[in-house]
Design a protein around this ligand. Sequence first.
Ligand code: FUB
Length: 332
Amino acid sequence: MYKLGKSMVAAALLVAACQPSSKVKQQEEAATDSIVNPIITCRYSADPSARVFNDTLYIYPSHDRDEAQWWDMEDYYVYSTTDMKTFKDEGLVFEPLKQTTWAKRYCWAPDCVEKNGKYYLYFPTDQDHIGVAVGNTPVGPFEDALGKPLISRTSLGVVAPRDYIDPAAFIDDDGTPYLFVGQNALNIIRLNEDMISYEGEPVILDNEKQLPYFFEAIWMHKYKGKYYLSYSTGPHIEGKAPQIGYAMADNIMGPYEYKGIILEPVSSGTNHHSIVKYKGQWYLFYHTSQLALENIPADSPDREFIQWRRSVCAAPLHYNEDGTIQPVTVVE
Ligand code: FUB
């Protein structure tokens, strides 16, 4: 019988350890096979922030109304899944225009994180304010935590050359919570432990050097100890419609190094995503207007509104050995 030397055994074990086990492989294949896009079809939805709480994946999107003629969203619905195949409509969870005294219009891309058993829903309104609502479960009911915005365009140290929107929350491994916010200028806010107040003034990253082409839809995630900021590039690169680009860093405050494009322009005009690991597989969540293009006849006057009739989609996401992200190709 052929005998392996000690070093060969060690090498063989190392190789085996680096290969995905057949179980992981099967899970990955199952995950890829099971996704049928768009994943939310009961109403139009966009700007998906996906989060995993207690083995269930929740999606916190904007709600594109059937009659919308602009980004004039009013409320938030939540969806959940445990298999990436069936997505449950968890219903209406928060209506800023009715449940706060200060929000007047435009409830755009939200995000939700958990801390000490409470769930914090961060939401932008009026193109000016970021509010925070709190609930005891991932699906609310949520209530305005402060009776005023958490932070606004006019708050001390805020830099807002355009809309003050798209909050994305992140809790680092040591428990420190942050909020990333902004359009054209990224504001990083260090939240206090209570999640409804913050320390000092926002830190502003230098877009040109660290986040080239940054427009909106910021998302922070961590992979193998590195920090990843991904974002919509806006119509900045060679006149192209918005793409999802990203940059990596060793520290949360940077410096970040731009690494390239994850997602090319989609049919909705805007591009907005989130990145999350669920049951061992990484996913990109994004939106397109593909469903609206199928639903609305080509000769209908409503065709001009398809950028406000978006639908949430998902795709598996893969990394290269060096931690860079493989571009995701979507078929629309
Ligand atoms: O959905 C309204 C706005 O469109 C979001 O806040 C942006 O990121 C863009 O997707």
